[in-house]
Write a protein that binds this ligand. Sequence first.
Ligand SMILES: [Zn+2]
Ligand SMILES: [Zn+2]
Length: 260
Amino acid sequence: MPIYEPWHLVVLLLVLSPLERLVPLHPEQKLLRRRWLDDLVYFILNPLPITLIMAAVISLALPPLRSLLPAAVPATIAALPLWAQVPLALIVAEVGFYAMHRLFHAVPFLWRFHAVHHSIADLDWLASHRVHPLDQGLVAAASALPVLLLGFSDAAVAIWGASYFVQAHLIHSNVRLRLGWLEHVFASPHYHHWHHANGAAPANFGAQLVFLDQIFGTLLRPPAAPAAYGITEDVPAVMPLALLWPFTRPTPRPTSEIAE
Ligand SMILES: [Zn+2]
Ligand SMILES: [Zn+2]
């Protein structure tokens, strides 16, 4: 899923970049904003290590997990029609994503890696690629593992993967786009921008759906958009230095003190 092809960049440039100009959430933010070149480097270099880490985790974890699961479970899911499999795949992927994402916020050593993503001060679709590959590889594996384990059809997995790709870019975009009642179900730009808000309580940990935040009381939905994004920690701007930073930085502060 994280391996991108050149046409992906073209589609994103043709669809999301114009949207960010037409209906910007923060109109003062330029297309070529601070650190756009650093984020382009992440966009180009990150997919390979992310995919390798994700594939390694899945190939190690899937066989033993499969041996524990009664065969009737994947057989039942595979027999469901596609219209039922797709929302079910979204839900089980969300469980893996939410759990791993919260872990990256709660465990100080893991936070070092996730802080790279939260160092974004100007949110747009390109900034979504500023992630440490170890963070994104593990989170992507945690999302994909239950989907692959439970035996969803190739078509359902493909639709889930494509919807994840589209939504991951959309929720980071600098767009003034509110989804009305759909925001009670789906993650929106407003929802994920509050996950990145500087100074707000840790909240909105979902990728595509908001039900786990509702269940665990981590949903944050103030009426206005955040005024500022980022964290106080000084994550290096250049990608290779940022990737080394989690291993070299001093003892981290507890995440409860960290602005999300
Ligand atoms: Zn986060
Ligand atoms: Zn994000």
